[in-house]
Design a protein around this ligand. Structure first.
Ligand code: FAM
Length: 444
């Protein structure tokens, strides 16, 4: 992987120097105001951290190193026989800021295949977990246990590793982890849902998405391509979301990438973050059951805007959120939703589940606007992903967030490499108590 390292040895130190000069010239300039509501309100709108890999625009959605997802679907190298971009290409782009060639992407695919093997103790641990333990808890435990492999932690412990070497060691661990995640995920999938069926061997000639699909027992080209797309669009969503911010925060203590990402996965497992994709599917399943209740299970016959509106209102009136809708930053339809909708229009236009999701898209935003709480009534990434997986036979919904977890590593770990290259310090914002805030406001 020398060409990638060579490129990064040019790019990252230059960027760190640029940041140094920028801070020297403008370090004291104000970039926003803070209000009492922001302190209580989950820090929404506070520009309080730097993340170089991607930026989220409220209307337009995410850009990876300046490129929209739509552009990336056109420009990133594709897998053999596929139409969707390769996650390895997104990884190269997020790391370097440059679009990779097909050759560079293939180089990365081969390198990741070489790094994929798990240590025996992690395999053993995964095989010993009870099937009832949620797949996300299994994933985060296994990632944390991979700490035994950390090159960063080993080098740091010697006491004579200069700070200038931190980013390379972080990158080594990050590539190892990104390569091992599909293997861990496939083992969890096969153990929990397929009686411990062996995952087979990684094929060094295949890309990450194809190997991942094959290890879980899927060979359909359509599924392989969907998985590639899935792994690209979930990879990064700027720095403030729970999984990215956790990686950044824990990594800022110089905990190695395995410890930092293990922590992030515990945040991704929450229903307001990554677990929403599982929640959407169980919500859709309940809606279908109710629509089919008086109809011998034939829910399709009762599917209309009126019956769906009633279901949406029922959910809201019982005090629950509509999973897959709303966002802390976005104020329009998530382009990650649109990518998946386009995929469905191409590959499964006649699917009943797709009709259901499409009709919800017509119904939910108006209802959320009438309900008057959510600042964003539009769908996010999680509103769509489940039914695509169902279509290809991956029906086990409590596994879905694990796929998100395999993908999210690509963005947040590359961001961690950038952070180490810039020498960003321990993150430690100031917190206040309510009496302290009241006194501050009274004195102002
Ligand atoms: N359904 C019903 N109420 C909603 C809602 C939704 N989909 N989205 C927001 N609200 C409510 C929210 O609960 C809050 O109510 P309270 O004042 O009673 O606490 C109010 O509207 C204002 O919230 P907001 O400012 O619009 O949203 P937040 O920034 O606080 O939260 C989300 C953002 C994503 C947590 C929220 O929209 C939500 O709970 N959505 C459903 C869960 C979901 O889809 N999460 C996945 C997000 C996704 F992009 C990801 O991380 N993978």
């Amino acid at each position: 992987l020398e060409p990638l390292y060579e490129r990064l040895r040019e790019i990252l130190p230059k960027h760190a120097q640029d940041v140094k000069e920028f801070r020297e010239a403008h370090g004291g300039e104000a970039i926003g105001i803070l209000t009492v509501d922001m302190a209580y309100g989950g820090m929404r709108g506070i520009k309080g951290m730097v993340s170089e890999t991607s930026v989220l625009d409220a209307d337009e959605g995410i850009r990876f190193q300046g490129h929209t997802l739509l552009e990336l679907q056109e420009t990133l190298p594709r897998g053999p026989g596929g139409q969707e971009p390769l996650p390895e290409g997104a990884l190269w782009l997020l790391l370097t800021g440059e679009l990779p060639t097909q050759k560079e992407t293939t180089l990365l695919s081969k390198d990741l295949a070489r790094r994929a093997e798990l240590p025996h103790h992690v395999e053993q641990m995964l095989n010993n977990f009870p099937k009832e333990l949620h797949p996300m808890a299994q994933l985060s435990a296994a990632v944390t246990a991979l700490h035994s492999e950390s090159k960063f932690a080993k080098a740091y412990a010697t006491g004579d590793t200069p700070k200038s070497k931190y980013w390379e060691l972080t990158l080594e661990d990050s590539l190892d982890l990104i390569a091992k995640l599909p293997v861990i995920a496939a083992m969890i999938y096969n153990n929990v849902f397929h009686n411990g069926r062996p995952i087979g061997k990684i094929d060094p000639e295949k890309d990450l998405g194809a190997n991942f699909a094959n290890m879980m027992g899927f060979t359909d080209e359509g599924f392989v391509d969907l998985l590639r797309l899935y792994l690209v669009i979930h990879a990064d969503h700027e720095g403030g979301n729970v999984s990215a911010h956790t990686t950044h925060l824990v990594g800022s203590a110089l905990s190695d990438p395995y410890l930092a990402y293990g922590a992030a996965l515990n945040g991704l497992a929450g229903p307001l973050h990554g677990l929403a994709n599982q929640e959407v599917l169980s919500w859709l399943t309940k809606i279908k059951a109710r629509l089919g209740e008086k109809n011998g299970g034939n829910w399709q016959e009762n599917l209309n805007k009126k019956s769906l509106s009633d279901e949406v209102w029922n959910t809201l009136n019982s005090g629950q959120v509509i999973p897959g809708y709303g966002h802390a930053v976005l104020r329009k339809t998530d382009p990650r939703y649109t990518c998946q909708r386009e995929f469905a229009l191409k590959h499964m236009p006649d699917s009943d589940d797709f009709k259901l999701v499409s009709m919800l898209y017509e119904v939910v935003p108006d209802i959320l606007l009438k309900h008057g709480k959510a600042k964003n009534p539009w769908p996010n990434v999680d509103a769509h992903s489940g039914i695509l997986l169902q279509h290809y036979g991956m029906t086990e919904m409590n596994f879905y967030t694990v796929l998100f977890g395999v993908s999210r590593a690509i963005g947040v770990l590359t961001s961690l490499v950038w952070s180490r290259s810039m020498g960003l310090p321990l993150e430690r914002p100031k917190s206040m108590s309510t009496p302290g805030l009241k006194a501050f406001v009274a004195a102002a």
